[in-house]
Design a protein around this ligand. Structure first.
Ligand code: AMP
Ligand code: ZN
Length: 449
């Protein structure tokens, strides 16, 4: 398998450190709000990568963190008057619900940052001992970037800019490349932290965001592991800082393959909470669009290509997905044997740095290939879907209960008489019963998952 490594800036043959075992870490959500669909691009990418590795025979230990302590979770939990725990648990659960809706397989383990404060403290103590960290006048502990000559390697940072700022400090978790300077490992308590603090050997305070991932990943996967993923905005400062902290603390090379997905854009701009131009999975569901159409839309581009999100594109993708579902259902219910030719082609595309757009063409080709027996086509689609995760295995020929059929007929009459309020009301009732109705030229189509 060839994968593009952001660290070396080239495609490399993937070789795990330890036989066929793969240690993989994905930077997970900061649980201060509902993730937006740009965030889900990152998790779908991580999911497809993991599924592809498993598909070709690797045994993947996939760790994802839950950032339940950082600047944003403290700020927003205070604003709502909830405890940090109650506040972050709510959004963690919402994240898990969305994950299942998008057919993202659960990670092997989810690590909550607040459960690893001890490990973070040990790591910071090591950095202090070895002279890579120091206490500032404000009592917080900082990482000294000039002590780590490789600082900036992941992001190609210019050494001149780094020298200019060397000695300067930054306490915020998130900042721009121009602000690269000594960053906070441990933040001394101040009033704005309220009741969020730990009394430790480092003083009363809390960890910085970056040390969290270094401590959790090395604790779960060892000092040196195979793959680390995240969205492109994690490259700086988060991953640059993770490398610096981890390598200085352990004295070992940290991660072999760094992989980053490109942006999900809206009107050519990054989708983000701070710009306010974001959509959540709820928006997709409210528009009555199958969320798996979003997953499909993400697979239609290479993970390294930016995608400009539009509702038109999503609706178009949903139509294509429904077409695939119908073609699949027409194959009947017998499952035969997987067609090796198509499987090999599919693997070949995945091995080309996860070329999902071409992998999808294999799905279309096999589903339409009348030379292959129906049962074998069915088996092959189900096999490919282990990586694509488009929901074929749970797709059932819809048997419509009488109660639902009545609502559908009633809705059709309401539509014909242009009583759209009534027809929307009935659609909602149908949805509540677990069915989805879509108007088509030949009459309403009904789906269930
Ligand atoms: P956060 O919760 O902000 O730490 O972000 C979670 C993940 O989503 C990270 O891997 C980010 O890099 C990724 N991410 C955030 N915004 C976008 C976007 N617009 N497009 C793609 N990935 C994103
Ligand atoms: Zn992280």
């Amino acid at each position: 398998m060839k994968l593009y490594n952001t660290l070396t800036k080239k495609e490399e043959e993937f070789k795990p450190i330890n036989g066929n075992k793969v240690g993989m870490y994905t930077c997970g959500p900061t649980v201060y709000n509902f993730p937006h669909i740009g965030n889900y691009r990152a998790y779908i990418f991580g999911d497809v990568l993991k599924r592809a590795l498993v598909y070709v025979g690797y045994d993947v230990n996939h760790i994802m963190n839950i950032t339940d302590i950082d600047d944003k979770t403290i700020r927003d939990s205070k604003a709502t008057g909830k405890s940090l725990k109650e506040f972050t648990e709510y959004y963690t659960n919402e994240f898990f619900k969305d994950r299942d809706i998008l057919n993202i397989l659960p990670a092997t383990k989810y690590t909550k940052a607040t459960d690893y404060v001890k490990e973070m403290v040990v790591m910071i103590e090591k950095l202090l001992e070895k002279g890579f960290a120091y206490k500032g006048e404000d009592g917080s502990i900082y990482f000294s970037i000039k002590k780590f000559p490789k600082y900036g390697e992941l992001n190609n940072l210019s050494l001149d800019a780094l020298k200019e700022n060397a000695g300067g400090r930054i306490i915020k978790d998130e900042y721009e490349k121009d602000d690269a300077r000594d960053f906070a490992l441990w933040k001394m308590w101040d009033e704005s932290d309220g009741d969020v603090f730990w009394e430790t050997s480092l003083g009363k305070g809390r960890p910085g965001w970056h040390i969290e991932c270094s401590a959790m990943s090395t604790k779960e996967l060892g000092n040196h592991f195979d793959i680390h993923t995240g969205g492109i905005d994690n490259m700086f400062p988060h991953h640059e800082n993770e490398i610096a902290q981890s390598e200085c603390a352990t004295g070992e090379h940290f991660v072999n393959y760094w992989m980053h997905n490109a942006w999900l854009l809206v009107d050519g701009k990054k989708m983000s909470k701070s710009l306010g131009n974001f959509y959540t999975l709820r928006d997709i569901i409210e528009k009555n669009i199958n969320p798996l159409a979003f997953r499909y839309l993400m697979l239609m581009a290479s993970y390294r290509t930016p995608i400009n999100f539009t509702w038109e594109a999503l609706v178009g993708t949903e139509t294509a997905l429904k077409r695939l579902y119908n073609l699949f259902l027409e194959l009947g219910e017998d499952t035969g044997t997987v067609n090796e030719e198509y499987k090999n082609k599919f693997k070949e595309y995945l091995a080309n740095d996860l070329d999902t757009p071409r992998a999808l063409t294999v799905l279309w080709d096999v589903i339409k290939d009348e030379k292959v027996p129906n049962a074998d086509r069915r088996a092959t689609v189900l096999d490919l879907d282990q990586v694509l995760g488009l929901g074929f295995s749970t797709l059932k020929k819809t048997i419509i209960p009488e109660e639902v059929q009545k609502l559908i007929d009633e809705r059709e009459s309401a539509r014909i008489t242009k009583d759209f309020n009534r027809s929307d009301e009935l659609r909602k009732k149908i949805n509540d019963l677990g069915f989805e109705v879509k108007d088509a030229p030949g009459g309403p189509l009904v789906y269930s998952h």
